[in-house]
Ligand binder design. Sequence first.
Ligand SMILES: NC(=O)c1ccc[n+]([C@@H]2O[C@H](COP(=O)([O-])OP(=O)(O)OC[C@H]3O[C@@H](n4cnc5c(N)ncnc54)[C@H](O)[C@@H]3O)[C@@H](O)[C@H]2O)c1
Ligand SMILES: [Zn+2]
Length: 404
Amino acid sequence: MRFTLPRDLYHGEGALEALKTFTGKKAMVCVGGGSMKRFGFLDKVISYLKEAGMEVELFEGIEPDPSVETVMRGAEAMLKFEPDWIVAIGGGSPIDAAKAMWIKYEYPECTFEDMCKVFGIPPLRRKAHFCAISSTSGTATEVTAFSIITDYQKGIKYPIADFEITPDVAIVDPALAETMPKKLVAHTGMDAITHAIEAYVSTANCDYTDPLALHAIEMIQADLVDSYNGDMAKRHSMHNAQCLAGMAFSNALLGIVHSMAHKTGAAFADHGAHIIHGAANAMYLPKVIAFNAKDETAKKRYGVIADYMNLGGKDDDEKVALLIAYLRKMNDDLNIPHCIKNYGADSYPTENGFVPEEVFLERLPEIAKNAIGDACTGSNPRIPSQEEMEKLLKCCYYDTEVDF
Ligand SMILES: NC(=O)c1ccc[n+]([C@@H]2O[C@H](COP(=O)([O-])OP(=O)(O)OC[C@H]3O[C@@H](n4cnc5c(N)ncnc54)[C@H](O)[C@@H]3O)[C@@H](O)[C@H]2O)c1
Ligand SMILES: [Zn+2]
């Protein structure tokens, strides 16, 4: 088994200044639509890299849930500029896009299809090293071996997975997380707890990943709702907690909550919205726990999580029920709906969500098939059949009980 993390991780307030100590000639800074510029972080990154003696070029405007086309454009810009450092700053979207650009930059003949072969990326770092600076507290992509790219023609999110794309340097500076709007805190925070819980019950869990997952869960339980309500000390703590969860899942892998989130996220984009990654996870996690708990080993492990969270319960069945109830309460506290039917185009709970019932039912078989085929399904403690996945997704649509 292999356990891989970035070579260096700088954390705590002021960690961004580590950029001043980098050695290299040319840095390509990859960034999203404007929040990092607006809050002054991008200027800091540029001036620190210049202080380190590097020539800097920007690749700006990477959209949320980045597309294959954006990846290809970024790689072209890299091939022109020839950086020896790729520095990605922002949420999961710009960092993930930059990771995929990095592959294409090092191997221009590599197609998107090639990239999606799980653990099939050839050796990188022939041309450039990679530094990731996260501004959201959820994906932990700054420490993970994953990148999620959306194929908008198919309406599907594809995970690229290989330790080759684990960044060389991660910068986890809590100052960047302070400017997150509440909704982003909620969604990314629930993404993080899903990472930790899925990693802990994953069939690829091990002694190295378990303590990271459990500690992350305890921290998120203590910090997330307060961070959402504006407590900045807790906001800082969440930035570390999500990163610990990332260290766990990058090595222990995930499960079908993520498979389902990947395959539903963009599936109804033609009806006006995405189901935001973290919100999808928040809605599906309690359902998947009920489904997975039919597996004895998984049930025991959920029991351990419940114990760490001090939820009570006299046996594992009770503990699983209390864990599910606790997570649902978190959704309520964070203004996240419980099911797709009640998911509004603005992501808030509403009577009639943006995904019409008949459209959901019509697309269900295809979505279920795609979810089973997702790279995250293989490490789930219970492998669902097509029929079970369809039933599970229906429970996620209607918020009905999982009893199979
Ligand atoms: N690579 C992985 O391991 C992994 C894991 C989970 C999810 N993902 C993927 O990551 C993407 C989601 O990333 P995300 O949740 O970090 O959001 P994001 O990067 O998509 O950003 C969402 C929005 O928040 C804004 N924003 C980011 N940081 C901000 C800040 N500090 N202050 C104010 N605004 C800010 C951005 O400009 C953007 O408009 C999805 O595509 C998801 O599938 C990747
Ligand atoms: Zn996630």
